[in-house]
Design a protein around this ligand. Sequence first.
Ligand code: PMP
Length: 445
Amino acid sequence: MSHIIHRSLQSTPLTAVGARGIHIMDAQGKAYIDASGGAAVSCLGHAHPDVLAAMHAQTDKLAYAHTSFFTSEASEELASHLAAHAPRGMDKVYFTSGGSESVEAALKLARQYFVEIGQPERTLFVARGQSYHGNTLGALAVGGNEWRRRQFAPLLMDVGRVSPCYEYRGRQDGESQDAYTQRLLQELDAKFQEIGPQRVIAFVAEPVVGATLGAVPPTPGYFKGVRELCDRYGILFIADEVMCGMGRTGTLHAVEQEGVVPDLMTIAKGLGGGYQPIGAVLVRAEIIEAIRQGSGLFQHGHTYIGHPMATAAALAVQKVIQRDQLMPQVRSRGAYLMRALQAKFGQHPHVGDIRGRGLFCGIELVRDRASKATFDPELKLHARIKAQALANGLLVYPMGGTVDGRHGDHVLLAPPFIVSEADVDQIVNRLATSIAQVLAAAGVA
Ligand code: PMP
Protein backbone atom coordinates (compact mmCIF):
# COMPACT_ATOMS: atom_id res chain seq x y z
CA MET A 1 0.00 0.00 0.00
CA SER A 2 1.21 3.50 -0.84
CA HIS A 3 2.24 5.92 1.91
CA ILE A 4 0.53 8.70 0.00
CA ILE A 5 -2.93 9.71 1.14
CA HIS A 6 -4.52 9.29 -2.27
CA ARG A 7 -8.05 10.56 -2.84
CA SER A 8 -9.37 7.03 -2.66
CA LEU A 9 -8.02 5.26 0.39
CA GLN A 10 -9.11 1.92 -1.03
CA SER A 11 -7.06 1.85 -4.19
CA THR A 12 -3.81 3.22 -5.57
CA PRO A 13 -4.00 4.97 -8.93
CA LEU A 14 -1.88 4.01 -11.93
CA THR A 15 1.68 5.31 -11.95
CA ALA A 16 2.35 7.80 -14.74
CA VAL A 17 5.94 7.56 -15.96
CA GLY A 18 5.98 9.71 -19.06
CA ALA A 19 3.95 11.89 -21.37
CA ARG A 20 4.22 13.36 -24.88
CA GLY A 21 1.72 15.47 -26.77
CA ILE A 22 -1.79 14.26 -26.01
CA HIS A 23 -0.63 10.95 -24.47
CA ILE A 24 0.31 9.85 -20.93
CA MET A 25 2.18 6.57 -20.39
CA ASP A 26 1.85 4.33 -17.34
CA ALA A 27 4.44 2.08 -15.73
CA GLN A 28 3.26 -0.89 -17.80
CA GLY A 29 3.97 1.02 -21.01
CA LYS A 30 0.32 1.61 -21.84
CA ALA A 31 -0.54 4.94 -23.49
CA TYR A 32 -3.70 6.91 -22.72
CA ILE A 33 -5.19 9.75 -24.75
CA ASP A 34 -5.49 12.65 -22.34
CA ALA A 35 -8.93 13.73 -23.54
CA SER A 36 -9.68 15.73 -20.40
CA GLY A 37 -6.28 17.42 -20.06
CA GLY A 38 -6.30 15.95 -16.53
CA ALA A 39 -9.03 18.27 -15.23
CA ALA A 40 -8.93 20.78 -18.13
CA VAL A 41 -5.32 21.59 -17.29
CA SER A 42 -2.99 20.39 -20.06
CA CYS A 43 -3.86 22.94 -22.76
CA LEU A 44 -0.65 22.44 -24.74
CA GLY A 45 -0.41 18.72 -24.15
CA HIS A 46 2.64 17.23 -22.52
CA ALA A 47 6.40 17.87 -22.92
CA HIS A 48 5.97 20.91 -25.15
CA PRO A 49 9.56 21.81 -26.17
CA ASP A 50 9.14 25.59 -25.78
CA VAL A 51 7.80 25.26 -22.26
CA LEU A 52 10.49 22.78 -21.23
CA ALA A 53 13.19 25.10 -22.60
CA ALA A 54 11.79 28.08 -20.67
CA MET A 55 11.68 26.01 -17.49
CA HIS A 56 15.27 24.85 -17.93
CA ALA A 57 16.43 28.41 -18.54
CA GLN A 58 14.60 29.65 -15.44
CA THR A 59 16.12 26.89 -13.27
CA ASP A 60 19.58 28.09 -14.27
CA LYS A 61 18.68 31.71 -13.51
CA LEU A 62 16.50 31.78 -10.40
CA ALA A 63 14.38 29.06 -8.86
CA TYR A 64 12.95 30.97 -5.89
CA ALA A 65 13.02 34.34 -4.17
CA HIS A 66 10.43 35.25 -1.54
CA THR A 67 7.96 37.90 -2.69
CA SER A 68 8.30 39.94 0.50
CA PHE A 69 11.82 40.77 -0.71
CA PHE A 70 11.76 40.38 -4.47
CA THR A 71 9.69 40.34 -7.60
CA SER A 72 11.11 38.44 -10.58
CA GLU A 73 11.49 39.11 -14.30
CA ALA A 74 9.36 36.10 -15.19
CA SER A 75 6.51 37.18 -12.88
CA GLU A 76 6.55 40.77 -14.09
CA GLU A 77 6.55 39.67 -17.73
CA LEU A 78 3.71 37.22 -17.18
CA ALA A 79 1.63 39.84 -15.35
CA SER A 80 2.17 42.30 -18.22
CA HIS A 81 1.18 39.63 -20.73
CA LEU A 82 -1.99 38.78 -18.80
CA ALA A 83 -2.91 42.45 -18.37
CA ALA A 84 -2.40 43.10 -22.09
CA HIS A 85 -4.82 40.30 -22.99
CA ALA A 86 -7.34 40.78 -20.17
CA PRO A 87 -10.85 42.22 -20.51
CA ARG A 88 -10.82 46.02 -20.43
CA GLY A 89 -9.48 47.50 -17.19
CA MET A 90 -8.58 44.18 -15.56
CA ASP A 91 -4.92 44.92 -15.55
CA LYS A 92 -3.84 44.01 -12.04
CA VAL A 93 -2.68 40.47 -11.32
CA TYR A 94 -2.34 38.55 -8.07
CA PHE A 95 -0.45 35.26 -8.42
CA THR A 96 -1.29 32.09 -6.51
CA SER A 97 -0.39 28.41 -6.74
CA GLY A 98 -3.74 27.09 -8.00
CA GLY A 99 -7.47 27.44 -8.36
CA SER A 100 -8.67 27.30 -4.75
CA GLU A 101 -5.98 29.75 -3.70
CA SER A 102 -7.13 32.10 -6.46
CA VAL A 103 -10.72 31.92 -5.24
CA GLU A 104 -9.64 32.57 -1.63
CA ALA A 105 -7.58 35.58 -2.73
CA ALA A 106 -10.47 36.94 -4.82
CA LEU A 107 -12.90 36.64 -1.89
CA LYS A 108 -10.49 38.43 0.44
CA LEU A 109 -9.61 41.14 -2.09
CA ALA A 110 -13.31 41.83 -2.61
CA ARG A 111 -13.95 42.02 1.14
CA GLN A 112 -10.92 44.19 1.84
CA TYR A 113 -11.92 46.57 -0.96
CA PHE A 114 -15.22 47.32 0.78
CA VAL A 115 -13.55 47.76 4.15
CA GLU A 116 -11.12 50.23 2.57
CA ILE A 117 -13.85 52.28 0.88
CA GLY A 118 -15.94 52.49 4.05
CA GLN A 119 -18.54 49.79 3.45
CA PRO A 120 -17.59 47.24 6.13
CA GLU A 121 -21.23 46.14 6.40
CA ARG A 122 -20.74 44.12 3.21
CA THR A 123 -19.96 40.68 4.61
CA LEU A 124 -21.80 38.12 2.45
CA PHE A 125 -21.22 36.36 -0.85
CA VAL A 126 -23.91 35.06 -3.18
CA ALA A 127 -23.16 32.06 -5.40
CA ARG A 128 -24.95 29.32 -7.31
CA GLY A 129 -26.02 25.78 -6.67
CA GLN A 130 -24.22 22.89 -8.39
CA SER A 131 -21.03 24.93 -8.72
CA TYR A 132 -17.46 24.18 -7.75
CA HIS A 133 -14.99 26.82 -6.63
CA GLY A 134 -12.37 24.75 -4.81
CA ASN A 135 -11.78 22.67 -1.72
CA THR A 136 -10.34 25.13 0.80
CA LEU A 137 -12.90 26.32 3.35
CA GLY A 138 -13.73 29.70 1.78
CA ALA A 139 -13.92 28.29 -1.74
CA LEU A 140 -15.91 25.28 -0.51
CA ALA A 141 -18.34 27.66 1.19
CA VAL A 142 -19.12 29.58 -2.01
CA GLY A 143 -19.29 26.32 -4.00
CA GLY A 144 -22.65 24.65 -4.29
CA ASN A 145 -21.64 21.02 -4.56
CA GLU A 146 -23.58 19.41 -1.72
CA TRP A 147 -21.64 16.18 -1.84
CA ARG A 148 -18.32 17.95 -1.29
CA ARG A 149 -19.74 20.33 1.34
CA ARG A 150 -21.78 17.98 3.47
CA GLN A 151 -19.22 16.94 6.11
CA PHE A 152 -17.79 20.44 6.46
CA ALA A 153 -21.03 22.42 6.38
CA PRO A 154 -20.80 23.52 10.07
CA LEU A 155 -17.40 25.08 9.36
CA LEU A 156 -18.43 27.06 6.29
CA MET A 157 -19.45 30.73 6.15
CA ASP A 158 -23.04 31.50 5.17
CA VAL A 159 -23.47 32.10 1.46
CA GLY A 160 -26.61 33.24 -0.37
CA ARG A 161 -27.53 30.55 -2.87
CA VAL A 162 -29.31 30.87 -6.22
CA SER A 163 -29.99 28.41 -9.05
CA PRO A 164 -27.35 27.74 -11.67
CA CYS A 165 -27.98 28.69 -15.30
CA TYR A 166 -28.53 25.11 -16.48
CA GLU A 167 -30.91 25.24 -19.39
CA TYR A 168 -31.23 21.50 -19.98
CA ARG A 169 -32.71 20.91 -16.54
CA GLY A 170 -33.74 24.38 -15.43
CA ARG A 171 -35.86 25.65 -18.33
CA GLN A 172 -39.44 24.54 -17.95
CA ASP A 173 -41.62 23.05 -20.67
CA GLY A 174 -43.04 25.84 -22.79
CA GLU A 175 -40.75 28.45 -21.26
CA SER A 176 -38.68 30.44 -23.78
CA GLN A 177 -34.93 30.71 -23.33
CA ASP A 178 -35.32 34.41 -22.68
CA ALA A 179 -38.06 33.89 -20.10
CA TYR A 180 -35.86 31.32 -18.35
CA THR A 181 -32.95 33.77 -18.27
CA GLN A 182 -35.18 36.53 -16.88
CA ARG A 183 -36.52 34.15 -14.22
CA LEU A 184 -32.96 33.38 -13.07
CA LEU A 185 -32.11 37.07 -12.93
CA GLN A 186 -35.26 37.79 -10.92
CA GLU A 187 -34.24 35.05 -8.52
CA LEU A 188 -30.81 36.67 -8.13
CA ASP A 189 -32.38 40.08 -7.59
CA ALA A 190 -34.74 38.61 -5.00
CA LYS A 191 -31.80 36.98 -3.21
CA PHE A 192 -29.94 40.31 -3.10
CA GLN A 193 -33.12 41.95 -1.73
CA GLU A 194 -33.64 39.24 0.86
CA ILE A 195 -30.09 39.62 2.21
CA GLY A 196 -30.07 43.39 1.78
CA PRO A 197 -27.99 44.41 -1.25
CA GLN A 198 -25.84 46.74 0.86
CA ARG A 199 -24.64 43.65 2.78
CA VAL A 200 -23.45 41.72 -0.26
CA ILE A 201 -19.77 41.72 -1.22
CA ALA A 202 -19.90 39.81 -4.49
CA PHE A 203 -21.69 37.36 -6.71
CA VAL A 204 -19.46 34.41 -7.65
CA ALA A 205 -20.08 32.23 -10.72
CA GLU A 206 -18.35 30.09 -13.32
CA PRO A 207 -19.12 31.55 -16.79
CA VAL A 208 -19.17 28.00 -18.21
CA VAL A 209 -19.83 25.48 -15.44
CA GLY A 210 -17.15 22.80 -15.33
CA ALA A 211 -16.72 20.06 -12.76
CA THR A 212 -20.19 19.85 -11.23
CA LEU A 213 -22.29 20.00 -14.39
CA GLY A 214 -19.96 19.20 -17.28
CA ALA A 215 -19.36 22.19 -19.58
CA VAL A 216 -22.67 24.03 -19.26
CA PRO A 217 -22.61 27.42 -21.02
CA PRO A 218 -24.91 30.26 -19.90
CA THR A 219 -27.98 31.31 -21.84
CA PRO A 220 -27.60 34.44 -23.99
CA GLY A 221 -27.83 37.61 -21.91
CA TYR A 222 -27.57 35.87 -18.53
CA PHE A 223 -24.22 37.41 -17.57
CA LYS A 224 -25.20 40.80 -19.03
CA GLY A 225 -28.13 40.67 -16.62
CA VAL A 226 -25.86 39.61 -13.75
CA ARG A 227 -23.53 42.52 -14.49
CA GLU A 228 -26.44 44.99 -14.50
CA LEU A 229 -27.82 43.73 -11.20
CA CYS A 230 -24.39 43.84 -9.55
CA ASP A 231 -23.85 47.39 -10.85
CA ARG A 232 -27.26 48.48 -9.59
CA TYR A 233 -26.35 47.53 -6.03
CA GLY A 234 -22.59 48.17 -6.07
CA ILE A 235 -21.97 44.43 -5.70
CA LEU A 236 -18.80 42.98 -7.25
CA PHE A 237 -18.93 40.20 -9.83
CA ILE A 238 -16.27 37.50 -9.46
CA ALA A 239 -15.96 35.24 -12.52
CA ASP A 240 -14.37 31.92 -11.63
CA GLU A 241 -12.57 30.92 -14.82
CA VAL A 242 -10.25 28.44 -13.16
CA MET A 243 -11.54 25.68 -15.42
CA CYS A 244 -13.23 27.41 -18.36
CA GLY A 245 -10.64 30.16 -18.78
CA MET A 246 -7.32 30.68 -20.57
CA GLY A 247 -8.55 29.68 -23.99
CA ARG A 248 -10.49 26.53 -23.16
CA THR A 249 -13.75 27.85 -24.66
CA GLY A 250 -12.16 29.41 -27.75
CA THR A 251 -11.48 32.89 -26.40
CA LEU A 252 -8.78 33.58 -23.85
CA HIS A 253 -11.46 34.35 -21.26
CA ALA A 254 -14.91 32.78 -21.39
CA VAL A 255 -16.61 36.05 -20.30
CA GLU A 256 -15.46 37.70 -23.53
CA GLN A 257 -18.22 35.74 -25.28
CA GLU A 258 -20.77 37.19 -22.85
CA GLY A 259 -19.74 40.78 -23.54
CA VAL A 260 -19.21 41.61 -19.88
CA VAL A 261 -16.21 42.61 -17.78
CA PRO A 262 -16.10 41.14 -14.26
CA ASP A 263 -14.50 42.94 -11.33
CA LEU A 264 -12.32 40.00 -10.41
CA MET A 265 -11.54 36.86 -12.36
CA THR A 266 -9.84 33.73 -11.10
CA ILE A 267 -7.72 31.67 -13.49
CA ALA A 268 -5.51 28.64 -12.96
CA LYS A 269 -5.50 25.33 -14.80
CA GLY A 270 -4.78 26.43 -18.38
CA LEU A 271 -2.59 29.29 -17.18
CA GLY A 272 0.37 27.01 -16.56
CA GLY A 273 -0.97 24.08 -18.57
CA GLY A 274 0.11 21.70 -15.80
CA TYR A 275 3.82 22.44 -16.21
CA GLN A 276 3.84 24.15 -12.82
CA PRO A 277 1.21 24.75 -10.13
CA ILE A 278 0.01 28.30 -10.73
CA GLY A 279 -3.12 30.41 -10.58
CA ALA A 280 -3.95 34.10 -10.57
CA VAL A 281 -6.64 36.65 -9.91
CA LEU A 282 -7.14 39.37 -12.53
CA VAL A 283 -8.53 42.47 -10.88
CA ARG A 284 -10.00 45.76 -12.10
CA ALA A 285 -7.47 48.50 -11.48
CA GLU A 286 -9.89 50.66 -9.41
CA ILE A 287 -10.15 47.96 -6.76
CA ILE A 288 -6.41 47.81 -6.28
CA GLU A 289 -6.17 51.60 -6.44
CA ALA A 290 -8.68 51.89 -3.59
CA ILE A 291 -6.64 49.51 -1.44
CA ARG A 292 -3.40 51.30 -2.42
CA GLN A 293 -4.83 54.63 -1.31
CA GLY A 294 -6.27 53.08 1.84
CA SER A 295 -4.11 50.79 3.93
CA GLY A 296 -1.73 50.29 1.00
CA LEU A 297 -1.42 46.57 1.71
CA PHE A 298 -3.42 43.52 0.60
CA GLN A 299 -3.74 41.60 3.85
CA HIS A 300 -2.99 38.18 2.39
CA GLY A 301 -0.15 36.07 0.99
CA HIS A 302 1.38 32.62 0.68
CA THR A 303 5.00 31.48 0.62
CA TYR A 304 5.01 30.41 -3.02
CA ILE A 305 3.00 33.18 -4.72
CA GLY A 306 4.66 34.44 -7.89
CA HIS A 307 7.10 31.53 -7.86
CA PRO A 308 9.59 32.26 -10.66
CA MET A 309 9.56 28.66 -11.95
CA ALA A 310 5.79 28.72 -12.14
CA THR A 311 5.50 32.14 -13.76
CA ALA A 312 8.27 31.31 -16.28
CA ALA A 313 6.47 28.12 -17.30
CA ALA A 314 3.11 29.88 -17.55
CA LEU A 315 4.62 32.71 -19.59
CA ALA A 316 6.01 30.16 -22.05
CA VAL A 317 2.60 28.43 -22.27
CA GLN A 318 0.83 31.73 -22.93
CA LYS A 319 3.38 32.83 -25.53
CA VAL A 320 2.93 29.57 -27.46
CA ILE A 321 -0.86 30.09 -27.40
CA GLN A 322 -0.38 33.54 -28.96
CA ARG A 323 2.40 32.63 -31.39
CA ASP A 324 0.70 29.50 -32.72
CA GLN A 325 -2.69 31.24 -32.86
CA LEU A 326 -4.33 28.48 -30.89
CA MET A 327 -7.59 30.36 -30.18
CA PRO A 328 -8.96 29.97 -33.73
CA GLN A 329 -7.76 26.37 -33.59
CA VAL A 330 -9.68 25.74 -30.33
CA ARG A 331 -12.81 27.14 -31.99
CA SER A 332 -12.49 25.02 -35.13
CA ARG A 333 -11.45 21.80 -33.37
CA GLY A 334 -14.12 22.48 -30.76
CA ALA A 335 -16.74 22.74 -33.50
CA TYR A 336 -15.40 19.50 -34.97
CA LEU A 337 -15.59 17.79 -31.55
CA MET A 338 -19.16 19.01 -31.08
CA ARG A 339 -20.18 17.66 -34.53
CA ALA A 340 -18.49 14.33 -33.76
CA LEU A 341 -20.32 14.07 -30.41
CA GLN A 342 -23.61 14.93 -32.07
CA ALA A 343 -23.04 12.36 -34.84
CA LYS A 344 -22.19 9.66 -32.30
CA PHE A 345 -24.58 10.46 -29.46
CA GLY A 346 -27.27 12.70 -30.99
CA GLN A 347 -29.70 9.79 -31.27
CA HIS A 348 -28.37 7.76 -28.34
CA PRO A 349 -31.26 6.69 -26.10
CA HIS A 350 -29.25 7.45 -22.95
CA VAL A 351 -27.62 10.74 -23.88
CA GLY A 352 -29.95 13.58 -22.95
CA ASP A 353 -27.76 16.59 -23.67
CA ILE A 354 -24.59 17.44 -25.59
CA ARG A 355 -23.16 20.85 -24.76
CA GLY A 356 -20.07 22.98 -24.40
CA ARG A 357 -17.91 25.66 -25.91
CA GLY A 358 -14.62 25.35 -27.72
CA LEU A 359 -12.68 22.34 -26.50
CA PHE A 360 -14.79 22.14 -23.34
CA CYS A 361 -17.65 19.75 -23.99
CA GLY A 362 -19.94 17.55 -21.96
CA ILE A 363 -22.57 14.90 -22.47
CA GLU A 364 -25.22 14.10 -19.90
CA LEU A 365 -26.48 10.57 -19.48
CA VAL A 366 -30.13 9.88 -18.73
CA ARG A 367 -32.20 6.77 -18.13
CA ASP A 368 -34.93 8.20 -20.33
CA ARG A 369 -34.55 11.00 -22.85
CA ALA A 370 -38.17 12.13 -22.82
CA SER A 371 -38.50 12.51 -19.05
CA LYS A 372 -34.76 13.30 -18.52
CA ALA A 373 -34.89 10.83 -15.63
CA THR A 374 -31.45 10.13 -14.22
CA PHE A 375 -29.93 6.72 -13.61
CA ASP A 376 -29.98 5.20 -10.15
CA PRO A 377 -26.96 6.73 -8.34
CA GLU A 378 -26.17 3.28 -6.95
CA LEU A 379 -25.14 2.25 -10.48
CA LYS A 380 -22.25 4.77 -10.19
CA LEU A 381 -22.25 5.05 -13.97
CA HIS A 382 -19.86 7.99 -14.07
CA ALA A 383 -17.22 6.12 -12.06
CA ARG A 384 -17.65 3.02 -14.22
CA ILE A 385 -17.29 5.05 -17.42
CA LYS A 386 -14.07 6.57 -16.09
CA ALA A 387 -12.68 3.11 -15.31
CA GLN A 388 -13.82 1.58 -18.60
CA ALA A 389 -12.40 4.48 -20.64
CA LEU A 390 -9.12 4.09 -18.76
CA ALA A 391 -9.09 0.40 -19.72
CA ASN A 392 -9.67 1.51 -23.31
CA GLY A 393 -6.73 3.95 -23.17
CA LEU A 394 -8.78 7.12 -22.75
CA LEU A 395 -8.76 9.73 -19.98
CA VAL A 396 -12.11 11.49 -19.56
CA TYR A 397 -13.61 13.39 -16.61
CA PRO A 398 -16.97 11.91 -15.65
CA MET A 399 -18.88 13.20 -12.66
CA GLY A 400 -22.14 12.59 -10.95
CA GLY A 401 -23.79 15.93 -10.29
CA THR A 402 -26.75 16.36 -7.97
CA VAL A 403 -29.92 17.04 -9.91
CA ASP A 404 -32.87 18.04 -7.74
CA GLY A 405 -31.42 16.01 -4.92
CA ARG A 406 -30.95 13.03 -7.23
CA HIS A 407 -27.86 12.04 -9.08
CA GLY A 408 -27.06 12.79 -12.72
CA ASP A 409 -24.13 11.43 -14.68
CA HIS A 410 -22.12 13.41 -17.16
CA VAL A 411 -18.78 13.12 -18.95
CA LEU A 412 -16.53 16.13 -19.50
CA LEU A 413 -14.04 16.34 -22.37
CA ALA A 414 -11.28 18.95 -22.40
CA PRO A 415 -8.52 17.76 -24.72
CA PRO A 416 -5.32 19.75 -25.31
CA PHE A 417 -5.60 22.60 -27.83
CA ILE A 418 -3.17 20.73 -30.12
CA VAL A 419 -5.60 17.86 -30.64
CA SER A 420 -6.07 16.91 -34.34
CA GLU A 421 -9.32 15.96 -36.05
CA ALA A 422 -8.09 12.36 -36.24
CA ASP A 423 -7.42 12.48 -32.47
CA VAL A 424 -10.95 13.81 -31.90
CA ASP A 425 -12.40 10.89 -33.92
CA GLN A 426 -10.44 8.45 -31.81
CA ILE A 427 -11.54 10.11 -28.55
CA VAL A 428 -15.23 10.03 -29.49
CA ASN A 429 -15.01 6.43 -30.72
CA ARG A 430 -13.30 5.22 -27.57
CA LEU A 431 -15.79 7.12 -25.42
CA ALA A 432 -18.74 5.60 -27.28
CA THR A 433 -17.26 2.11 -26.91
CA SER A 434 -16.64 2.67 -23.20
CA ILE A 435 -20.18 3.93 -22.58
CA ALA A 436 -21.67 1.02 -24.54
CA GLN A 437 -19.61 -1.47 -22.51
CA VAL A 438 -20.65 0.10 -19.20
CA LEU A 439 -24.33 0.27 -20.10
CA ALA A 440 -24.27 -3.35 -21.27
CA ALA A 441 -22.54 -4.47 -18.07
CA ALA A 442 -25.11 -2.51 -16.02
CA GLY A 443 -27.88 -4.27 -17.92
CA VAL A 444 -29.17 -1.03 -19.43
CA ALA A 445 -28.38 -1.17 -23.15
N1 PMP B 1 -12.73 26.80 -9.41
C1 PMP B 1 -13.15 26.04 -10.44
C2 PMP B 1 -14.18 26.57 -11.39
C3 PMP B 1 -12.59 24.77 -10.63
O1 PMP B 1 -13.01 24.00 -11.64
C4 PMP B 1 -11.60 24.31 -9.73
C5 PMP B 1 -10.95 22.94 -9.87
N2 PMP B 1 -11.66 21.98 -10.54
C6 PMP B 1 -11.22 25.14 -8.67
C7 PMP B 1 -11.80 26.38 -8.55
C8 PMP B 1 -10.17 24.71 -7.68
O2 PMP B 1 -8.94 24.64 -8.27
P1 PMP B 1 -7.74 23.78 -7.61
O3 PMP B 1 -8.15 22.35 -7.71
O4 PMP B 1 -6.56 24.13 -8.48
O5 PMP B 1 -7.57 24.26 -6.23
